[in-house]
Ligand binder design. Sequence first.
Ligand SMILES: C[S@@+](CC[C@H](N)C(=O)[O-])C[C@H]1O[C@@H](n2cnc3c(N)ncnc32)[C@H](O)[C@@H]1O
Length: 221
Amino acid sequence: MHLAEAWRAMSCEGGEMSGEAVREFWDAQAATFDDEPDHGLSDDATKLAWTALLDDLLGDSLGDVVDLGCGTGSISSLLTRRGHRVLGIDLSPKMIERARAKAELEGLDIEFVVGDVQHEPVPERELGVVLSRHVLWAVSDPGAVVSRWSAPLADDGIFIAIEGVWNGAGVPADAAVSILESQFRDVVHIDLADRPVLWGKEVDDHRYVVVGRGRDEGARC
Ligand SMILES: C[S@@+](CC[C@H](N)C(=O)[O-])C[C@H]1O[C@@H](n2cnc3c(N)ncnc32)[C@H](O)[C@@H]1O
């Protein structure tokens, strides 16, 4: 069963899932998570495509990054290789265990912490980039997550939300755009469904990235 289907089946079972049930769900995915080409990035072409996408989105920026819901840390690794100092946060201890093991194997210095991005205190230092890939769809209030993690961004900081709609689960692009528009003056949506190299296969669902720049002063707490 596709991950999104399994998640939908679970979350439909009995209303709001407890924090423990959510952690157990993601812990159970950790061992096989990297089997998907876009998760493990074990194919050179896929890894290169994600590196190129990050280069396009981030340009010369080298600020500190938080990778929200970092999973097994594949994107954290790419960001570290670009020269960013990266903090990866994930509520699943098993995902973080794998992320740490992968970073050690690759000789990369990445800080990974177990934490819920809905409650984890945001860093006091200024951030250059906050990135979340395939995480907003899995939290109960994606707007609140974007709002609290936009706060530590520098004035020229960037929020990157890579999301989609797969097998009946996900965040539709217009909803993600409207969430970022509530925080940023400049919001750009880029369709990614027509780039099979990112996914390791042709896809016929919805995949996109929404990028927010220029934190809206009016949205600051
Ligand atoms: C589909 S995976 C994406 C992992 C990673 N971002 C990637 O793209 O490879 C979703 C991840 O979000 C994490 N997650 C879900 N809800 C979370 C929350 N409230 N706080 C932190 N992490 C969360 C899960 O544990 C899982 O690792």
